[in-house]
Ligand binder design. Sequence first.
Ligand SMILES: Cc1cc2nc3c(=O)[nH]c(=O)nc-3n(C[C@H](O)[C@H](O)[C@H](O)COP(=O)(O)OP(=O)(O)OC[C@H]3O[C@@H](n4cnc5c(N)ncnc54)[C@H](O)[C@@H]3O)c2cc1C
Length: 476
Amino acid sequence: MNDLTIGAVDAAKTISEEALAAFRGEMRGAVALPGEDGYEAARTIWNAMIDRRPALVARCRGPADVIHALRLARKEKLLVAVRSGGHNIAGTAVCDGGLLIDLSPMRSVRVDPSARVARVEAGATLADFDREAQVFALAAPLGINSTTGVAGLTLGGGFGWTTRKFGLTIDNLISADVVTADGEFMRVSETERPDLFWALRGGGGNFGVVTSFEFRLHPLGPEVLSGLVVHPLDEAQALLPEFRRIATDAPDELTVWSVMRKAPPLPFIPAEWHGKEVLIFAACYAGDMAEGEKATRALRSLGRPIADVVSPHSFIKWQTAFDPLLTAGARNYWKSHDFDDLSDAALAAIVGAARALPSPECEVFIAHVGGAMTRVAPDATAWPNRKAHFVMNAHARWRDAGQDSSCIAWARGLYEAAAPFASGSVYVNFMPGDEQDRVEGAYGANYRRLAEVKRRYDPENLFRVNQNIRPAGERK
Ligand SMILES: Cc1cc2nc3c(=O)[nH]c(=O)nc-3n(C[C@H](O)[C@H](O)[C@H](O)COP(=O)(O)OP(=O)(O)OC[C@H]3O[C@@H](n4cnc5c(N)ncnc54)[C@H](O)[C@@H]3O)c2cc1C
């Protein structure tokens, strides 16, 4: 009578009340049905465009809970989504119907300062990680928004302010604990299941549920030279070629991103500029302070900035600098390209779009990567394009559903205009939910090997609510 109707892989199906009760009994964490405690929190993610309702949520507290959840999913043939930080733009952390495996309750971070190693549970955010590591003035390269989940970021590759110095996030991964589709728990590393370890480093959530990650750490902080230099957007045509030159010649320690948007009402930006279009250079020097002063001089001497707040900042604070502009709950849509180099034509396309922002929170950024990440072979991990020197993201962001089509059209317009000058690869973690046909191209030469590993570890494609890599031999 009280059986649960639940979206399965192929059709709606029913789980018996007994099976559900047995599952609740096995789990250390909570099991939440619609209306129960924790259900809404688990299904609510960063991008408010995503409004999916799983039939059942398993709020996991450890690997045992993940094993029980995957056994249930296999037995009952349930559609499965895996959520950690819930920040993926595509919304693949949640499914309609089916079982949501929610790892967000698992947030422990243990740093061994003498070995310079951290063990990080899958639900930890970048802020959780940084706070534990920075108490020992240690860091691993992560992203630029502290509420992002370590798990999804790492599985897609991961880059941020220190990537040029220390490599991609995956280049610092020593091992991971994984539960595969058949519920088997394993540790993977360069020497244990190296095929799976290779695929996890960039292949996303396709191969199993990672319950924890082990990272190599590097001395950094507690302060870094960092901050913003703000110019009128009208200067962008003249300044962006200079940015390109500075970025191309930069030492590994220096990272400079360009952000074009309407100026937020920050105290260091004069009030008359609030809401006007600006070009922001965001710089971070991952090294000696005096060397950083020298390395940032060329950038800081460009033009006549509206504001320049580059100075020593706590690394933890710098890692949160963009958080106020990227809070959860807005509607978001992204379109992204990698660039090996930025031609004048590419820059003109980007500036053209920045002059036509369809809503006050939209922005275009050009992330500066390269450095240490280029010195890893393109087939050493699943991340394919190590040559990419810049990553552009057209970030449409707005509040009112009535603006969906104009904002999405703006991002797509810039994507089309910049496409002829882009490298062809794309960061999987920046792909929206409507780009499934781009996945194979995103991985380029590594796709075939990924599909083989997928066939070995997930032949039935249980993990399909993601940027999906199909098992080799499976028909589309
Ligand atoms: C505001 C913002 C800023 C960002 N900045 C950066 C940046 O600077 N650098 C960067 O590299 N990326 C950045 N990203 C992109 C980010 O890397 C992805 O959104 C990433 O997927 C977030 O991870 P999550 O754990 O929060 O995601 P979730 O949405 O929870 O998960 C994303 C997907 O990863 C898989 N997954 C998650 N956890 C697991 C797990 N434990 N085991 C197996 N599969 C799992 C699942 O397929 C899931 O659908 C940013 C994103 C946002 C929203």
